[in-house]
Write a protein that binds this ligand. Sequence first.
Ligand code: ARG
Length: 294
Amino acid sequence: MSTQNTAPATAPDAGLASGRIQQIRRYLMCRPEHFTVSYTINPWMEPANPTDTALAVRQWQTLHDTYLALGHKVHLIDPIEGLPDMVYTANGGFVIDNVAYGAKFRFQERVPEGPAFMEWFRANGFQVVEPVEVNEGEGDFLLVGDTILAGTGFRSTGDSHRELGDVFGKEVVSLNLVDPRFYHLDTAISVLDPVEGPGGVEKANIAYLEHAFDERSQAILAERYPDAIRVADADGAVFGLNSASDGLNVIISPRATGFEAQLRERGYNPVLVDLSELLLGGGGIKCCTLELRR
Ligand code: ARG
């Protein structure tokens, strides 16, 4: 049982005893300096409700600092005035092996973010593939082992799933989202285990919210991931699944208490970070985090 990569300050005995191994990640984040809710493109967004940008920045900073404390590397993209949703960097693209498949946003309000992220990828040494099809990056695409799970129904199109498969040459499994509250795949599925790691594909596992999917997709998930954590509706409703795992530590909302217990039972180390202010925009921990796979 190897422990060499674990962060001693946060890795509990449970995690070590269960043999969970932390993988160091590289993330892209964007400080929410211009965060507010000025339009509605998902059911969480209510422009009449006040937002507190300073609080959003403080909560975001805690998430940022938590990643650093766990040993991860965080890159930052400059926030752009007038693009209040840019903090949700998961939507900025999808990156594997230094190739960044750019985002093409569904709603006009976010369209300018697509080129801004592609510009960042180029300036930072990634090979950029400009998208033809509408897609919202890692919000809807999740790498699990060597397979990409791809969501559709609200944002990314089915055609983008085909384009994604062509770009990366990997198997893409399309899943249909049916509940408007869970409009991106990363609000309904959390990838728990190392994307590529000692256990390889077999070790890859997920947690998910069954009711966010149509029957066909539920059957696919049940068949492919018999050991998945099925999360209760109450935990899903507080964006419990919108979490980031490094294979040992899983950063989750403190409101997702049932999910927290399930994670502990399985030997993961839940780390609680509250992004209540960013939930007003319909986003959580994973939404604020884009993985940069080199
Ligand atoms: N207000 C943003 C939108 O509706 C939130 C994006 C959340 N991001 C995510 N990866 N789920 O597009």
